[in-house]
Design a binder for this molecule. Structure first.
Ligand code: 5RP
Ligand code: FE2
Length: 219
């Protein structure tokens, strides 16, 4: 599954850009929500996501919630018809409670961890989650360098939880995808590498091929 991040796209053309990426083969849209508090940057929130949903009724929307109070945005994002609510566990006291509220609101649950957070932190919550997002850059900005030293986290999760959806996000593109897919990631976020490519369609298809090849080799 390939989900482009539109963080570094022309946000004045959010709808057209999103539709273009879906037409070029993207499986879902990864929408980066930042509150200027959990991360030192601001993007957009549920009002924008809701408008985008009105224009793009069918695609799978994942919101990557880089926010200090993820519980605050569950209802508004559910109203905006978000499919998957992926939040960072670092600022949260009661992770199972937030997971329960997200499910109750009708969305899938993603648990995200920053590069400095051990994978042990999410291990107790996997029964409540549909996906774990391993950040491969410090959250906050697109276009950063991929952190290969996050791959042991992905490999450990894949080894111990063969059916878990594992997503990577940050600096992923044609030159780094093979490390991610070999480690066991099956949901791939790619921003700059897709948005800035001369041929985004072939980038999306090469990312997919890498993931599929790794899955086929394991089976
Ligand atoms: O969550 C993010 C940053 O916090 C973005 O999703 C991520 O950076 C994708 O962009 P790129 O592929 O350009 O790194
Ligand atoms: Fe993201």
């Amino acid at each position: 599954m390939i989900g482009p991040s539109i963080l570094n796209a022309d946000l004045a053309q959010l709808c057209d850009e999103s539709q273009r990426l879906l037409d070029l083969g993207a499986d879902y849209l990864h929408l980066d929500v930042m509150d200027g508090h959990f991360v030192p940057n601001l993007t957009f929130g549920h009002p924008v996501v809701k408008c985008l949903r009105n224009k793009i009724p069918k695609a799978f929307f994942e919101t990557h919630m880089m926010v200090s109070k993820p519980e605050q945005w569950i209802e508004p994002m559910a109203e905006a018809k978000v499919d998957q609510y992926t939040f960072h566990v670092e600022p949260v006291q009661d992770v199972p409670e937030i997971c329960r509220k997200i499910k109750e609101a009708g969305m899938k649950v993603g648990l995200a961890i920053k590069p400095g957070t051990s994978v042990d932190v999410v291990k107790d919550y996997l029964d409540f989650a549909d996906l774990v997002l391993i950040m491969t850059v410090e959250p906050g900005f697109g276009g950063q360098k991929f952190m290969a030293d996050m791959m042991p986290k992905v490999a450990w999760l894949r080894e111990n939880y063969p059916d878990l959806n594992i997503e990577v996000d940050g600096g992923v593109g044609p030159s780094t995808i093979d490390q991610c897919s070999k480690a066991g990631a099956n949901w791939i976020v790619s921003g700059t590498a897709v948005i800035k490519a001369d041929d985004p369609k072939s980038v999306i298809s090469s990312l997919k091929k890498s993931v599929q090849t790794a899955i086929d080799l394991k089976n």
